[in-house]
Ligand binder design. Structure first.
Ligand SMILES: C[S@@+](CC[C@H](N)C(=O)[O-])C[C@H]1O[C@@H](n2cnc3c(N)ncnc32)[C@H](O)[C@@H]1O
Length: 235
């Protein structure tokens, strides 16, 4: 299928493909994802459980979150449209000894092929990179079993998030390459919640994630002004 017919921004896929060899370097551009991984794993585990659960990771990249969930006992499928990232993800399984089933497929197509098959669907740090996030939300909802869980994380859209996630992270602290994020694609929790409800999901929990530049660490917080996680359940 040509990318022209998919809900994808080819420049975004190129961007991640060019960095693909760095996915598992914890000091690379992917450091923030490595740093937040324990927090988001705990969040998913606490709400839905991971052991013996059938989970799909949408926009899995090099597999940082997919492998973490597999390590906690989940049976994990990972999907992305960056073939280079998936190659790195598959290679890393040889090193880690984990098992994840990776596929290069759009979430919309996956939803047609595997509707209602997953206990949990996770889609983290991906919605802000696609042209039509509502379509991704609908497909994630379709992939979940009845009563299954759907987890999203993304960036809020307001002056504080522009200052912290774009100016500070990309231009001052250099945590991310310049141009990583397009502020116009950030989503307010109210917008994402509406997309989720329109897709037949109930909101279970909204949780902020905050970066402490001095301690150089992330923590879960009630402040959802910048990074946040949203847990939903299929009604
Ligand atoms: C910031 S990374 C997040 C990776 C992973 N979810 C994590 O949090 O560790 C964004 C990922 O979304 C993927 N992506 C962007 N647009 C996509 C699309 N339309 N379909 C599937 N994956 C996409 C990129 O290739 C990249 O792997």
């Amino acid at each position: 299928m040509s990318t022209a017919t998919l809900n994808v921004d080819p420049q975004e896929i190129d961007k991640f493909s060019q960095l693909a060899h760095k996915w598992w370097d914890p000091n690379s551009e992917f450091k923030p994802l490595h740093d937040i991984n324990p927090l988001r794993l705990d969040f998913i585990d606490r709400i839905a459980g991971l052991a013996d659960q059938c989970v799909i990771d949408v926009g899995c990249g090099g597999g940082i979150l997919s492998e973490g969930m597999a390590r906690r006992g989940a049976t994990v499928t990972g999907i992305d449209l960056a073939e280079k990232s998936l190659k790195v993800a598959r290679l890393h399984l040889l090193e880690s000894g984990q098992k994840v089933d990776y596929h290069c497929i759009a979430v919309e197509q996956m939803a047609e092929e595997a509707a209602g098959q997953f206990d949990s669907v996770v889609c983290m740090e991906m919605l802000e990179h696609v042209p039509d996030p509502a379509s991704v939300v609908r497909s994630c909802a379709a992939l979940a079993k009845p009563d299954g869980y759907v987890f999203f994380s993304t960036l809020n859209r307001n002056p504080v998030s522009y200052l912290k996630a774009v100016l500070a992270a990309e231009y001052v602290l250099g945590l991310l390459p310049r141009g990583t994020h397009d502020y116009g694609r950030f989503l307010k929790p109210s917008e994402l919640s509406r997309m989720a409800r329109d897709a037949g999901l109930q909101i279970v929990q909204l949780q902020g994630m905050d970066y402490q530049p001095f301690g150089q660490r992330y923590q879960l917080t009630d402040d959802v002004s910048v990074n946040y996680l949203l847990a939903c359940r299929k009604a």
